[in-house]
Design a protein around this ligand. Structure first.
Ligand code: PMP
Length: 395
């Protein structure tokens, strides 16, 4: 079949293999501990659900303006001012079907064929694929564990070519949990402004931060603000992954182009979820803080335990809900008669031998790591890590 060459280069998610295996084992009645999850295990808070029910009852169930209702844009502007010291007008906000959609819209708005987009490694696996789909070319900067998996301004400068159009920055980071400090962002911002390229700043894990504080790169000065497309959303902070609301804040020019693209591809994001998001952003954040406190307890427990398990080590992540676990010790070794060539083999060994599902980090660009999520109960974490420990002690 003669299909789109551009679309054919997009890979399917390699992590699905493990997920499928975990599902299969569960359907056989086997108790699998799932450390693969990428969403909060908490329920969406009631005050948000109530606002959605209210919206349905009031009949807010029709098309809305394509880039979002004015009430939500205003609530987003208020949030950006309150939390990030960023001043935007509603025309600069585009509400989309999740932050993933926001990022794709942003890439479509800025890229010409063959434009390069710099992506630090390890990365959230959708970034390179979305860049390719939008006709761009991903260019990678490998980070080091010693530097907490963060790029420096100097490394960024060395990777910029005439074709560079943008950097995708993600802090707090998936999969590493790293958080950039203000000073580090200042260095990066200086390089961005000098090179006059864009930065797509994915801040979706902003509320899940346990050490230090979140700084939006756009808040550093007016010049970098003009070049930044701030991406955020409801999924992680408010346990609203299924509601599909994300948003961008950018220059008016970019917002207009993104809004035009969206008007012809998906129209407006779900009307009911938009009203629920107004309540989420304007409400009392006590419950949100409680969720973050619970994640923090799990983080501390998990990192301590991992570093006591034979052959595993990990940095202490400062945000999000993932731990990148270094598996160097096991690469090239045999487990149950099979040579471990990389993270996929190791993840397979864990699910087969210990009934624990983890995510191999190959699709994040680093094959000597696995990603373990702590978006699951402390009991599950305890059980899963004990199983891994016992399994690795006995090989
Ligand atoms: N960015 C990052 C780094 C993510 O991990 C995710 C979700 N896994 C998203 C964006 C997308 O979130 P959503 O589309 O649910 O808003």
């Amino acid at each position: 079949m003669d299909l789109s060459q551009n679309a054919l280069q997009i890979t399917s998610s390699m992590t699905l293999e493990i997920t499928a295996k975990a599902k299969q084992l569960k359907s056989q009645g086997i108790d699998v501990v799932d450390f693969g999850v990428g969403e909060p295990d908490f329920d969406t808070p009631d005050y948000i659900k109530d606002a959605a029910i209210d919206a349905i009852k009031k009949g807010y169930t029709k098309y809305t303006p394509s880039s979002g209702i004015i009430e939500l844009k205003k609530a987003i502007c208020a949030k950006l001012l309150r939390d990030n010291r960023l001043s935007y007008e509603p025309e600069q906000i585009v509400v989309s079907n999740g932050a993933k959609h926001s990022i794709y819209n942003a890439l479509c708005a800025i890229l010409n064929p063959e434009d390069e987009v710099i992506i630090p490694v390890p990365y959230w696996l959708s970034y390179p694929e979305m860049v390719r789909l939008a006709n761009g070319k991903p260019v990678f900067i490998k980070t080091k564990e010693e530097n907490d998996f963060k790029i420096t301004g100097k490394e960024l400068k060395n990777s910029i070519t005439k074709k560079t159009k943008a950097l995708i920055l993600n802090s707090p980071n998936n999969p590493t949990g790293s958080v950039y400090t203000k000073e580090e962002l200042e260095e990066i911002a200086k390089v961005i402004v000098e090179a006059n390229i864009f930065v797509i700043s994915d801040e979706i894990y902003e509320k899940l931060i346990y050490e230090g504080s979140h700084v939006s790169i756009a808040s550093l000065n007016e010049k970098i603000k003009e070049l930044t497309i701030v991406v955020n959303g409801m999924s992680k902070a408010y346990a609203m992954t299924g509601w599909r609301i994300g948003y961008t804040a950018s220059s008016r020019e970019i917002a207009k182009v993104m809004s035009n693209i969206q008007s012809h591809t998906t129209s407006n994001p779900n009307s009911i979820a938009q009203y629920a998001s107004v309540a989420a952003l304007s409400g009392d954040e006590t419950i949100i803080k409680k969720m973050a406190e619970e994640f923090n307890k799990r983080r501390i427990y998990m990192v301590e335990r991992i570093n006591k398990i034979k052959g595993l080590k990990s940095n202490k992540p400062k945000g999000a809900f993932y731990v990148m676990v270094n598996i160097d010790e096991y690469i090239g070794k045999e487990i149950n008669g099979k040579v471990i060539r990389g993270s996929i083999d190791f993840a397979n060994a864990l699910i087969e031998g210990a009934n624990v599902a983890v995510v191999p980090a190959l699709p994040f660009g680093m094959d000597n790591y696995i990603r373990i999520s702590y978006a699951t109960s402390i009991e599950n974490i305890e059980k899963g890590l004990s199983r891994i420990e016992e399994f690795l002690n006995n090989i």
